[in-house]
Design a protein around this ligand. Sequence first.
Ligand code: NAD
Length: 490
Amino acid sequence: MHIQMFINGKWIDAEKQQTRSIINPFNQEEIATAAEGSKADAAWAIKAARKAFDEGNWSQMPASERGEMVRLVGQKIKDEREELARLETLDTGKTIEESLGDMDDIANVFFYFAGLADKDGGEVIESPIPDSTSKVVREPIGVCAQITPWNYPLLQAAWKLAPALAAGNTLVIKPSEITPLTTAKVFEFFEEVGFPEGVVNLVLGTGAEVGSELAESHDVDLVSFTGGIETGKKIMQVASGNVKKIALELGGKNPNIVFADADFETAVDQALNAVFFHAGQVCSAGSRLLVEESIHDVFVEKLIARAKRIKLGNGFDEATESGPLISAEHREKVENYIQIGLDEGATLAVGGKRPENDELQNGFFLEPTIFTNCTNEMRIVQEEVFGPVLTVETFSTKEDAIAKANDTIYGLAGAVFSSDIDKAEDVASKLRMGTVWINDFHPYFAQAPWGGYKQSGFGRELGKIGLEEYTEVKHVFRNKNPQPVNWFQS
Ligand code: NAD
């Protein structure tokens, strides 16, 4: 399989003919080669998107027609969900069941934004000036650059593609250089549905080369980025050149607060899923468990027993519950954090090493890992590890739980488990996070906004606000009886 870029309505290789090998993280086999673009390729894609936007064929198309084209892409994703899921599992190692779930969510994101495309007809406002009218309308922003990570390749792309298009923008997207397969496949659907030339463009390559060109270009009006905090900071800096709009979905270090009055089995099961789902490579992973002192020992004992039983394996094997990490470099980064945890004096209760089974030796596997006796000062508690590593702390009171949960630079998501709903609602209202779950962990859907407080970023994806992020607001005032003003007398 060879993956090309899609620029100005054509499939092309990189100008410099460079390619990259795409690796299956389960066995390190090459699954595809991909064009490896350069700044020049990115610049060409931006030019195509700029021209398409300025010509107005897409932005001025009736919104209902645009919505219909976005819907047709969603339908193709739904029809091809098995093939897309197969590609996603090959590329990321995640289980096929998870990939299939992702594809259903992705189709729904396209359907949701397709439906919103023609729903905001603007607003007539009461003008205080006699003989005048005043209206407020939303218009597309222009050329959008979109940069996505490797953990949810197509899901993260869908959160950006569908609203940008429904709002009438043109775009250039750059998926992570290590997971381009599904995003490229969806560009086949854009082509089949008949999107006008230059409206949607796909560039492939590294962040340093292609990504930085997208963030810097003065022909780009908005850059929407999902990825790590350090990359986000760089993007903010270079995006300032033309004061382009920025949306950042960055990392998280998400607290999961379990009170003693929570349903025990549910809370244990959810705590396990919160952190170990997709090998912990989830921005909203519940990687910081805060458990009430009185149940700590029994809770952790049960959690450890269950963590030991998690079945690692090939994502295509039905028995597999968790796949490998994405790459050798990423596994080393996570292993480095495990060493940091040990050096800081946390107690390694389970895991912390590569599995010994023969059939897992070629994959980037790491055992589910739990550190107990953690404190908020530890780096292992404060920094995003992005792997199957849980830290456990205790709390004594509700106030203590809230203070510890909020003691982080991040603010993406958090959860509270309790049978006392008033208490849980009170905690939810005091957590400084973009999403708070009560007696659950992880649910997200197209209708509800997603995004972070504090250094988890700004801007929101999904929900009505996810469409608004891709619009400018214009006030149009009309004088129905124009007269000279006569301010200046001569
Ligand atoms: P990353 O920051 O390394 O890369 C993300 C994307 O940015 C990739 O496409 C990469 O090529 C590109 N990039 C890298 N350097 C760049 C630069 N200088 N200029 C422009 N683009 C550049 O992140 P990753 O390792 O791919 O993904 C993991 C991170 O993503 C984690 O921190 C995770 O929390 C975060 N994430 C956040 C959310 C969210 O919704 N908040 C969702 C998924 C992932």
